[in-house]
Design a protein around this ligand. Structure first.
Ligand code: COA
Length: 259
């Protein structure tokens, strides 16, 4: 249990999961992934839960994985059990419908987890950012498969390689999200959508979701990504990226030859 992930079940069966580490821009730690993984697993296993809602406190959805934990993993000093794997697998295998409410920036896994959600609401200031190359890493969460499938190779490569922010209206136009809404209305509207979904026949929705997604394919892609991701974390390029982040400077990759 961590106070940085808040869980609340409504009477209608909507399980709201709130990322709440606003002082660190909701950067996700191993403990937070553990709580998220437990919540998604609970939503899948508990018949009383009819919809899962992922939202966040503060001015941004999440800054993605905690970079200091990436750095620790790269040197082999990170936690033995990586809950992120459990979280991503639970998302891939989820049969419960998932709604997401995103304000401000959604960085890294903050964006790639949206590809596993079924209804994504973005505030007007939302920005989707996948800076995997900036960190000398590779995409995760089966996004190397799902993002090109969703928005085409050209746009997906641009997002992954250049890591520039995709504004909310483009994300909707490209089919990553359903609609934009004002920041003030975001959370209330997400709850309204979750309540509407919770009122539908749950057997129909879970069967529908199973038909629409190939969970086995997604987990296989995650395994391929994870093997390369772990190698990348220990690379000289990634060390430079993590050190630069800690020192609040731009990384300089120009002196590192290809490994
Ligand atoms: N991991 C760990 N700490 C993070 C973090 C992350 N991913 N993102 C932000 N933080 C911390 C900062 O280090 C800072 O801590 P400090 O106050 O102790 O110095 C605090 O959160 C506020 O961040 P700051 O950078 O000052 O906020 P900002 O509004 O100027 O910028 C971001 C917000 C998200 C654009 C910027 O923090 C960022 O780019 N973070 C890294 C994102 C990233 O690369 N994630 C990994 C994706 S794979």
């Amino acid at each position: 249990m961590t106070p940085e992930i808040k869980i609340e079940l409504s009477g209608s069966g909507a399980l709201a999961v709130t990322i709440s580490r606003p002082d660190k821009k909701n950067a996700l730690t191993n403990d937070m992934y553990g709580a998220l993984a437990d919540a998604v697993a609970k939503a899948n296993d508990d018949d009383g839960i009819r919809v899962l809602l992922i939202q966040a406190d503060g001015d941004i959805f999440t800054a993605g994985n905690d970079v200091s934990e990436f750095a620790a993993q790269g040197t082999g000093s990170g936690p033995k059990e990586r809950h992120v794997t459990r979280f991503l697998r639970a998302l891939a295998n989820a049969t419960v419908p998932i709604v997401a409410a995103v304000q401000g920036k959604a960085v890294g896994v903050g964006t790639t987890m949206l590809l596993h959600c079924d209804y994504v609401l973005l505030s007007e200031d939302a920005q989707l950012i996948t800076p995997f190359a900036n960190l000398a890493l590779v995409p995760e969460a089966a996004s190397s498969y799902l993002l090109p499938l969703r928005i085409g190779h050209a746009r997906a490569f641009e997002m992954f390689a250049l890591g520039e922010a995709v504004p909310a209206n483009a994300a909707v136009a490209w089919g990553i999200a359903n609609k934009t809404i004002s920041n003030g209305e975001l959370r209330a509207e997400a709850h309204r959508v979750a309540e509407r979904i919770a009122a539908k026949p749950v057997g129909s929705l879970t069967a529908m979701k199973r038909l629409m997604r190939d969970a086995e394919r997604l987990v296989a892609q995650m395994e391929c990504e994870s093997a390369i991701f772990v190698e990348r974390l220990a690379s000289a390029e990634a060390k430079e990226a993590f050190t630069a982040f800690a020192q609040k400077r731009q990384p300089d990759f120009t002196r590192i030859v290809q490994q």
